[in-house]
Design a protein around this ligand. Structure first.
Ligand code: ZN
Length: 216
């Protein structure tokens, strides 16, 4: 079976089993409106699928997936041709859906971070790229001092860069006034996750130890 036919076959199986038998009761409510409690910002990477790795059902996760799970800072920008898809989704999630949690999930082996680190999209000489200005949002994640460069392996630096980028996005979230307000009112919690693809281990950022701690 080719790749496309496999998708169609998967859909038929979903329609018959998931909608037909396993979730009949839930579907009665789902037709009305969505009421997710969680927004997740994840990477577009095909190996990191939030609904699959949290076993979430339809209606549970309000999703944004973009290159390297980046959240830009709050910017009032009326310039024609400037678009803020991720910011619009955050606004809708907090102001209209009143989600209780926003999770930013990064991962190992992230192509966006790799591009940032090897300058392939941020370098002066590269051709036009949409990825370049996008990854610049988290370019501070790639700032390593001399000691770090000499003592850390490339692999460790990639991991550190991926995790720092998640935290930059987490800090950017708080620059949105309605996010800040919801947190102050105790209605919203922010979380940072890091998924290691090879081991399948998921870690959560712990503010006390200022590190990502594996969820057991
Ligand atoms: Zn990625």
């Amino acid at each position: 079976m080719n790749t496309y036919d496999r998708l169609i076959s998967g859909y038929r199986e979903f329609k018959k089993n998931y909608l037909g038998d396993e979730n009949r009761e839930w579907l009665k409510v789902a037709g009305e409106r969505q009421d997710p409690k969680v927004m997740m910002v994840a990477c577009s990477d095909s190996r990191v699928h939030p609904a699959i790795l949290t076993r979430s059902a339809l209606g549970e996760l309000f999703m944004v997936r973009n290159v390297a799970n980046v959240v830009p800072p709050f910017e009032k920008d009326d310039a024609e041709g400037t678009y803020h898809g991720t910011s619009a989704a955050i606004e809708f999630a907090v102001n209209n859906l009143h989600v209780e949690h926003i999770i930013i999930m990064g991962h190992s082996g992230c192509g966006g971070i790799e591009a940032l680190m090897d300058q392939s999209v941020t370098g002066e000489n590269s051709d036009f790229s949409f990825i370049r200005p996008w990854m610049k949002i988290v370019e501070q994640a790639n700032e390593f001092n001399e000691r770090e460069v000499t003592t850390m392996s490339k692999k460790s630096r990639v991991c550190v860069c991926e995790q720092r980028a998640i935290l930059i996005s987490l800090n950017n979230l708080v620059t949105f006034p309605w996010v800040r307000d919801a947190i102050k009112e105790g209605k919203l919690q922010l979380h940072a996750w890091y998924f290691d693809i090879k081991s399948g281990n998921l870690s959560e950022y712990d503010r006390d130890s200022e590190s990502f701690v594996e969820i057991k």
